[in-house]
Write a protein that binds this ligand. Sequence first.
Ligand SMILES: Nc1ncnc2c1ncn2[C@@H]1O[C@H](COP(=O)(O)OP(=O)(O)OP(=O)(O)O)[C@@H](O)[C@H]1O
Ligand SMILES: [Mg+2]
Length: 348
Amino acid sequence: MTTQKPLVQINDLHLYFDSFDGQSHVLDGVNLTVNRGDILGIVGETGSGKTMTALSIANLMPGGKLTGEVWFDGENVLQKRGADLRRFRASRLGMIFQNPTTNLNPVFTIGELLIDAILTQQYDVAGWQLMSVGKWLNRGLRKQAREKAIELLNLVGIPDPAQRLSQYPHEFSGGQKQRVLIAMALAGDPDLLIADEPTTALDVAIQAQILRLIQRIVEEREMSALLITHDMGVVAKICTRVAVMYGGVVVEDAPIEAIFSNPQHPYTRGLLRAIPSDEMQHGDLQGIPGSPPSFLSPPSGCRFHPRCPERLEHCHIAPPAVVHINDESHSVACYLHTDEKRKSFARD
Ligand SMILES: Nc1ncnc2c1ncn2[C@@H]1O[C@H](COP(=O)(O)OP(=O)(O)OP(=O)(O)O)[C@@H](O)[C@H]1O
Ligand SMILES: [Mg+2]
């Protein structure tokens, strides 16, 4: 159940990359909240900044310049460095990515991979104190980690977990590999699970199982989750809230029911029109003519205006402010709404 207390709060996040061609302004003032108990979907086309936004929560941004604030349970993550940052990542975050095959090293058994993940997490949390313990104690830790590995495989629905620890990744199906990666992500009992396109590489039936698994785990363990996808169909299955990103900007942010019943941004409406029917096999986005904006020289004003079917005369002049629709929980950055608000103020 959603308790509406923020676990993560991202304020005015900007991300820049320098290249020979100039500077790309990849995230342009992202504001986002993940409440406790929420499964927040971040949805948007390829290149819209979903992964970069998620990585900022782990302060993982090699090569880019990040400004703004990322608050996690009262701590500013972007100010963390070194052992403090490692401890934070190991104890609070679990991350899973798109392709389970490339994320499991084929030369190690599932047991070695999982036990290693558990021990690394423990070292990161306890630091030098754990590193300095004697060999005999280490053996004890290994035994405990093996027990935890079995418990985690059980949790993610892998039958006969003790036997399967000695098998290699190629002996697991695609869906089972993704279950193993979820188990690894849970090694440190995280508060937030970040799942970046966790089901894109899987077939439709397995996708649904993995989504249900994520939903069950988040509920049972009273965690929160960030689910990144380009597929509104996936969002509809398990998310409690949705943030829609376009060109490095959150254009709309709302509870799941409101996004589907009362979408406000023309881009959100375009995404909803592009949801594939049951007969189609893939959730690729279609139906929004034009291509994503350049980050080297982004469009002036609203970044969506060159593709927007409802653009107004002044949409290219300055970025629209974020306004709330009905109540604080639904917000949209679009002149269709700022203009409406202005008119209603003028009438009052
Ligand atoms: N190291 C980098 N240098 C320059 N640009 C980068 C770098 N990393 C990412 N970008 C750019 O940042 C933008 C946002 O990338 P991001 O990976 O967040 O998109 P995304 O929404 O996750 O897309 P996808 O759905 O394809 O995963 C992209 O245009 C990408 O090219
Ligand atoms: Mg991505």
